[in-house]
Design a binder for this molecule. Structure first.
Ligand code: PAF
Length: 289
């Protein structure tokens, strides 16, 4: 069965209005397409919690820092629609860039705090692009629930902050990162890895999980992060953009001992940028150095 596709806000709203008239609850799973099992697990989680599930597919130009990266982003709408049909999503909303950002568009949603450092330090303006499009998607769909993967943990916390701050009545549901059997976090970018790079890629998760265990056992973050960086580079990664220990809720660099925390990393493997993170339970938090 194939999923119905709409391209305009008017058609999207007509579909949602029909569901609302039946008393149905609505969830949205925002994506940029090139769907993999991680996305499909979000759709399944949404189907378990809401009567109707909309998947959005929009490669958002405002969150890319380079025109080349935007142009190279995989666009696989036909395959995506088939995958969504197979998991029985109810609607695919795929607006055009012109419809999303018509001439004269002049508004930016900008979240402070959670956006400082980590990915933002290396992709300035990225989270303004994400916050702006996600706000539009929430307002366009009027969804009760929205599902996001924890792999993009900073993005998840930025979105949580923005719905709280703007009183957007969409509840944000974070879902655990889906991993390959060898630990590699699923990502559309994994498709760009050569066979040799693919063999190296799981070492990132290996380093993160090992470091998280040691932090839980009481190791000091400073030396552990330095050793983690060395281990990532020794495994064959080209660059470590960041490897940081942050408070889970506001992503502040200083972690109180009784606070849940995250270990977050962005690395380059050849020409591919990969991100990943793992959680560290509250009782194991230590002061960041
Ligand atoms: O995570 C993504 O794929 C994108 O950042 C999102 C949330 C769909 C916004 O464009």
């Amino acid at each position: 069965m194939s999923v119905p596709i709409v391209h305009t806000v008017a058609d999207l709203r007509a579909a949602v209005a029909g569901w609302r008239a039946e008393g149905a609850t609505v969830a949205v799973v925002p994506t940029m397409g090139a769907l993999h099992d991680g996305h499909l697990s979000l759709v399944r989680a949404a189907l378990a919690r809401a009567d109707r599930v909309i998947v959005t597919l929009f490669v958002n130009p405002r969150q890319f820092n380079s025109a080349a990266d935007l142009a190279a982003y995989p666009r696989t709408e036909r395959e995506d629609a088939a995958k969504l049909g197979a998991v029985a999503a109810h609607l695919l909303y795929a607006p055009t860039p012109e419809a999303m950002y018509p001439p004269g568009f002049a508004t930016t949603v900008s979240v402070q705090g959670q956006t400082q450092g980590l990915c933002d330090a290396h992709r300035p303006g990225h989270f303004d692009g994400v916050a702006t499009v996600v706000t539009k998607l929430f307002l366009q769909t009027g969804a009760d629930l929205a599902f996001f993967g924890e792999k993009d943990f900073q993005q998840l916390q930025v979105v949580r902050r923005l719905v709280r701050d703007l009183d957007i009545p969409t509840r944000i549901v974070g879902c655990e990162t889906v991993r390959e059997a060898d630990g590699l976090a699923l990502s559309s970018r994994n498709l760009r890895l050569s066979a040799a790079e693919r063999a190296i890629a799981p070492k990132l998760a290996e380093v993160l999980f090992r470091a998280a265990r040691e932090l839980s056992a009481g190791a000091a973050p400073g030396p552990l992060l330095a050793a983690g960086r060395d281990a990532i580079l020794a495994a064959g990664f080209r660059e470590v953009e960041y490897l940081e220990f942050r408070a889970e809720d506001d992503l502040a660099p200083v972690v109180a001992p009784d606070q849940p925390a995250r270990l977050l990393a962005a690395v380059w493997l050849g020409e591919t940028r990969l991100i990943d993170n793992v959680g560290i339970p509250a009782r194991a938090g230590h002061m960041a150095e």
